[in-house]
Design a protein around this ligand. Structure first.
Ligand code: URA
Length: 215
């Protein structure tokens, strides 16, 4: 893991359980089923960090013994937007913790000539503008897809955005935080570098292939 200085908008999730599970996830001997399970568990723990500052309000409830004032979530409701297809491997764990969240999907491919991300799919809840939107993709590699996804969501009206990934390359952190400096970014590690094929090194390989057992 690199110790590069991170922009203030980037949070490295150092929780020991997250770091331990990430190490298991990286290993090439980890099976598809185990990889999926670990990604889900890490995502649940990430959701805990991502939602740490959600506002609360007091409400009156009845316990079996008496009435009391107790805290409940107030303010914006959540929407999790998965960048297809590997983002879906993060989505499930987050929904385990926040089952009432709405879900959006965005699909992007890289134009082979221009290398610019092109949108091929977008489905968002109608009230995305009123929600806290957490955009998820396991790998922040070049940062171009993540930056394009955030731009598209802003265009669709989203105002409060966060981005979450399992692993980031320094190049991806730089591209994303320059394009969207106000968007908080959460990652479990920032690795050494991006290689010539845009793989994160040492990384964990192709997250989509490892999640779904494809090649
Ligand atoms: N996407 C992946 O799945 N892995 C990488 O290392 C980079 C991008």
């Amino acid at each position: 893991m690199t110790e590069m200085p991170l922009p203030d908008s980037v949070t490295l999730i150092r929780h020991p359980l997250v770091q331990h599970k990430l190490t298991l996830l990286r290993q090439k001997a980890t099976s598809t089923g185990e990889f999926r399970r670990l990604a889900r568990e890490i995502s649940l723990l990430m959701a805990y960090e991502l939602t740490r500052d959600l506002p609360l309000q007091m409400t009156e409830i009845e316990t079996p013994l008496e009435s009391m004032q107790a805290p409940i979530l107030s303010g914006k409701k959540l929407c999790i937007v998965s960048i297809l297809r590997a983002g879906d491997g993060i989505l499930e764990g987050m929904l385990d913790l926040v089952p009432s969240a709405r879900v959006g999907h965005i699909g992007l491919y890289r134009d082979p000539e221009t290398l610019v991300p092109v949108e091929y799919y977008l489905k968002l809840p109608e009230d995305v503008a009123e929600r806290l939107v957490i955009v998820v993709d396991p790998m922040l590699a070049t940062g171009h897809s993540a930056a394009a996804a955030l731009s598209r969501l802003k265009q669709a009206g989203a105002e409060q955005l966060r981005f979450a990934c399992l692993l980031a390359a320094p190049e991806g952190v730089s591209v994303l935080t320059r394009a969207h400096p106000e968007v908080p970014v959460f990652t479990c590690a920032v690795d050494r570098e991006l290689d010539d094929h845009a793989y994160i090194r040492p990384g964990l390989g192709d997250a989509g292939d490892r999640l779904y057992g494809t090649k």
